[in-house]
Design a protein around this ligand. Structure first.
Ligand SMILES: [Zn+2]
Length: 400
């Protein structure tokens, strides 16, 4: 079966001249989207074909971009105009779209290649001034995908280059063949605040709680101390306290992720299922839970640690859509917010089934992952992320 997976890989810090080239390309790309958008508004069209016929060639002469990037800019523009028109149609008040910020650089599927050089992977980007070679920061988790791409055994889609806090990332959609996941034990991991993580299989064979209570208590102490230092204008100490807290958070995340892997390894052929949190900010309706979580703990870090350690242990990781995992009844499938009227307890308003809410969440995640694997269909960043077959052997203890 095949799976669509979206990778987010950091570029090894590019040299000053390469950074300058990337910034220049980003400015041109943004300008192209902006120009195309103005044309689309002028022509009052959402048609890709019409925009291509009447604006593409003129704008091609105005911006200095490879044609593969301009094609992506054209798609992006149509997408922007269409969602604007759709909002108007629904009767929403929506101002005509304008490009205000720098856009991630769109690079078409034929505008780049992944090359392998021994242990290293390099992005070969086509620019108007020839190829730009950009080494990638790869790890055990990305390796199987990058190897497949470099060997031409996987398909690549239109990619993006994004700058965040001075670092560049490649967002790389890929489709590849993976072995069937039958006869595996799917371990759902529900992340949250009251419990940092709850680990369970759909059949309840495995249940483990990682309480978040000690975390909250300790963080409150950190907060109080920082607050009093701030009042005392000891900013040097404030920074030191903050670093200390970051180190502590990282340590907790290491311990929890390690313990989760160890739990999963108690079962034969384990697969770990996680909620997809990455990219949630862009999603239109992030659930309340996800929003709360994003601000309350370094969950992104915890997820990265789980993925990384799972990859090292040869355990595949499946990401599932987080929507309604906490509201859905395991027994009858009924989903409504009323099922969670008491926060800690899940109680189905349809069939009366009751369970600890986080346990219900973890099992739902496992069920969703099983459905994802059975259908062989995944979308966006969700899917089977690591295949055990192509990973290095695991130490018996599975500890990292
Ligand atoms: Zn029910």
């Amino acid at each position: 079966m095949h799976l669509d997976v979206s990778l987010r890989i950091q570029l090894l810090r590019p040299t000053a001249s390469k950074r300058a080239a990337l910034s220049a390309m980003q400015a041109e790309y943004t300008r192209a989207v902006s120009l195309l958008l103005e044309s689309a508004k002028e022509l009052d069209t959402t048609s890709l074909g019409r925009l291509h016929r009447e604006a593409y060639h003129r704008i091609k002469g105005e911006v200095s971009l490879p044609s593969e990037s301009l094609r992506v800019a054209l798609n992006q523009t149509c997408h922007i105009v269409r969602s604007w028109k759709a909002r108007l149609k629904r009767g929403c008040e929506a101002k005509p779209p304008v490009i205000k910020r720098l856009q991630p650089i769109g690079i078409g599927t034929r505008g780049y290649r992944i090359a392998q050089d021994g242990n290293r992977f390099v992005l070969r980007l086509t620019t108007v001034n020839g190829f730009l070679w950009l080494p990638l920061k790869s790890n055990a988790y990305y390796r199987p995908y990058l190897e497949a791409l470099a060997a031409g055994k996987a398909h690549q889609g239109d990619a993006k280059l994004v700058e965040q806090d001075g670092r560049w990332y490649l967002l790389l959609p890929t489709r590849q063949e993976v072995p069937e996941a039958t006869g595996c034990n799917i371990v759902g991991v529900d992340l949250g605040v009251a419990n940092l993580a709850v680990v369970s299989t759909a059949d309840g064979k495995l249940n483990r709680f990682f309480s978040g209570r000690f975390v909250q208590a300790r963080r409150n102490r950190f907060f109080d101390r920082r607050y009093s230092l701030q009042c005392a204008k000891r900013l040097d100490l404030v920074r030191r306290e903050r670093d200390k807290e970051h180190r502590w958070v990282k340590d907790v995340n290491h311990k929890v992720s390690r313990a989760i892997i160890r739990e999963a390894q108690k079962l034969p052929n384990p697969v770990i299922a996680l909620e997809e949190l990455r990219g949630i900010r862009e999603r239109i309706k992030a659930s309340r839970k996800v929003n709360r979580m994003l601000h309350s703990w370094a969950f992104g870090q915890l997820i990265r640690f789980i993925e990384y350690k799972a990859a090292r242990a040869g355990i595949p990781v499946v990401r599932v859509d987080p929507r309604k995992t906490s509201q859905t009844c395991l027994k009858c499938g009924h989903a409504e917010p009323g099922n969670r009227s008491r926060r800690a307890i899940f109680k189905c308003q349809n069939c009366g089934y009751e369970l600890h809410a986080d346990l219900n969440g973890a099992r739902n995640i496992a069920v969703k992952a099983a459905q994802t694997l059975a259908s062989g269909y995944t979308s966006g960043a969700m899917g089977l992320l690591t295949g055990p077959s192509s990973l290095p052997p695991v130490p018996a203890s599975g500890q990292i």
